[in-house]
Ligand binder design. Sequence first.
Ligand SMILES: [Fe+2]
Length: 245
Amino acid sequence: MNKKKKLDSQINNELILKSNSPTIFEPSQLDELQKQKRAVCEMAARSILHALDLKDSYTYGHSARVAFYSIELGKQIQLNSDELYELELSALFHDIGKIGIPDGILLKPDRLNDEEFQIMRKHPEMSSEILEGFEPFKNVAKYARHHHERFDGRGYPSKLKGDEIPLFSRIILIADTFDAMTSSRTYRKGLSYEIAFRELLEFSGSQFDPYLVPEFIKAMRKEKRRNEKTFTLKILNQEFKKEAA
Ligand SMILES: [Fe+2]
C-alpha cells in the first residue's frame, strides 16, 4: 500500500460534515444541506472558541496557529478538502478542555508541580467531553482526546501506539509541539524554525510519527519561503499573526 493510500485508510470515512443522506435529494439540494450543516457547526465552533479566548487568550491564539500548521502538513500529505476541513476543526478544538483547568494552574508562569501537572494532563479528556455530546463533533472529540499520545505508546490518556493513534491526533501533536517551541511568551523568546525542526527530528519515532516529521519540516520550509506575517483560517473570520521566527 502506498503512503497516501495508507493515510487515507486511517482516516475515518464517515467525515462528520459529509452528508450521508440517501437518494431522496438532488445533488444541488445535498450541497445546500451540507453548506447549512457546516454553517451551523462553524457558528457552534466560534462560540465555544470565544469562551476559550475569554478564559486564556494565549491558548486561543495557540489553537489557531496549531490549526494553521496542521493544515500545512495536511496539504503536504495530500489530504482532500473535506479532510483538511475536519483537521482544521480538530486542531482548533484540541485544547478546548483547558477551559476546565483552574486559572492558577493554566495561567501559572512557572513550572507546574507534580499535582498541578496531573490536573493539566486531564485537558485532552476534557476536550473530548466538551465536544462528544454534539454529534457533528464526535470524530473531532476523538482526535482531541488523543493529541498527547506518543508514537512509542508512552503518552496519555490511553497509551495508544503508532497507527493506533488517529492520524489527525498525530498531526496535531507535531503542530502543537512546534508552536509551543516557536511562540514567544512573556518569560522567554520562541525558538527559530530550524532549531525547532532539530527537536522534532530528535524525538521522531519516539514521541512523533517518523513519517510525518520530515513531511512537516518540508511543509514548514515551503511556508516560510512564502514569507507571510499573518494567516487566516476557514472557520474563524479573523487574521492571526504568526509567532515563529
Ligand atoms: Fe494539549
